[in-house]
Design a protein around this ligand. Structure first.
Ligand SMILES: Nc1ncnc2c1ncn2[C@@H]1O[C@H](COP(=O)(O)OP(=O)(O)OP(=O)(O)O)[C@@H](O)[C@H]1O
Ligand SMILES: [Mg+2]
Length: 163
């Protein structure tokens, strides 16, 4: 397990972080997005989709009512938002797990609600407000695949002097 903290100064920078991360992801990767309302989770997702399924990038919005939006591309992106799920909704019965280890990349807003359904090997991104338009994004990896992605991301950011 490792951890990297990145501060972005605008929604554009958060989207760029998403694109950089997206370009490193392989099918089966899982991004668990957590933290403040308006923290930038959907914004980062837009960047991930821009990297993996660019033809769909303009259409990224919180799938608040649908629970999941899918963006077809070379690597499809499955975008979930569990904000509106009630405590007694049984996520396991909704049948989403088949997506979690499938042909695409899963990006999940409010992944806290998944509890034990969260895959063991995932990148967790915690969004917190900073001053002005800053967002502090803490990325934690929890397995072999996600450790490798996080290592590549921090190498890229060090080269660009963003870390
Ligand atoms: N550094 C930043 N990174 C991301 N968004 C920013 C930043 N600074 C300002 N913003 C603004 O914050 C808002 C982030 O909204 P976004 O929908 O991405 O948040 P969210 O975490 O998905 O919220 P929700 O929990 O409601 O789904 C946007 O209006 C964006 O313009
Ligand atoms: Mg959102």
């Amino acid at each position: 397990m490792s951890r990297v903290q990145i501060t972005t100064g605008s929604s554009q920078e958060t989207e760029e972080l998403g694109a950089c991360l997206g370009s490193l992801l392989k099918p089966g990767a899982f991004l668990a997005l957590q933290g403040d309302l308006g923290g930038g989770k959907t914004c980062l997702t837009r960047g991930v989709v821009a990297a993996l399924a660019p033809q769909s990038a303009d259409h990224v919005a919180s799938p608040t009512y649908a629970i999941m939006n899918s963006y077809p591309g070379n690597t499809p992106v499955y975008h979930f938002d569990f904000y509106r799920l009630r405590g007694d909704d049984d996520i396991a019965e909704l049948g989403f797990e088949e997506y979690f280890h499938g042909d695409g990349v899963c990006v999940v807003e409010w992944s806290e609600r998944l509890e034990e359904l969260l895959p063991d090997d995932a990148l967790t991104l915690l969004f917190e407000y900073g001053e002005d338009n800053q967002r502090r994004i803490t990325i934690t990896s929890s397995g072999q695949k996600s450790d490798m992605v996080l290592e590549q991301l921090s190498e890229t950011f060090k080269k660009q002097k963003k870390l």
